[in-house]
Design a protein around this ligand. Structure first.
Ligand code: FES
Length: 112
């Protein structure tokens, strides 16, 4: 069973370019991507589910992020694959903004 931690602060909204993405590296976790698009702030895994690419290096358009490696795509809000060769959904994390800070509910890390 996966439990969820209290909200984790990731960055300031102002640190995420409008229409863009900021990569967040937290200790002991895969990198996260904070997207700031028309539909709001979204937090997902940064690494493509098809390979070892940073989605923050990809193109963002119409609510989709296109992977820089093989041009697969994901719906940023839902994480659903939206273009071949991506078939595995991207993990998305509940996010909110408080006092100009992006917070996300991340799964609790199990001790190694
Ligand atoms: S690594 Fe992202 S589409 Fe292949």
């Amino acid at each position: 069973m996966t439990t969820t931690s209290p909200l984790t602060p990731l960055c300031a909204v102002a640190d995420v370019p409008a229409g863009g993405c900021r990569r967040i590296a937290l200790p002991g976790r895969p990198p996260l991507a904070v997207f700031r698009i028309d539909s709001g702030i979204h937090v997902t895994d940064d690494t493509c589910t098809h390979g070892d690419a940073s989605l923050c290096d990809g193109e963002i358009e119409d609510g989709l992020v296109e992977c820089p490696y093989h041009q697969g795509a994901f719906d940023i809000a839902t994480g659903k694959p939206a273009g071949a060769p991506c078939t595995i959904a991207l993990r998305v994390y509940p996010a909110q903004v408080q006092d100009g800070q992006v917070l996300a509910a991340l799964p609790v890390q199990e001790p190694a």
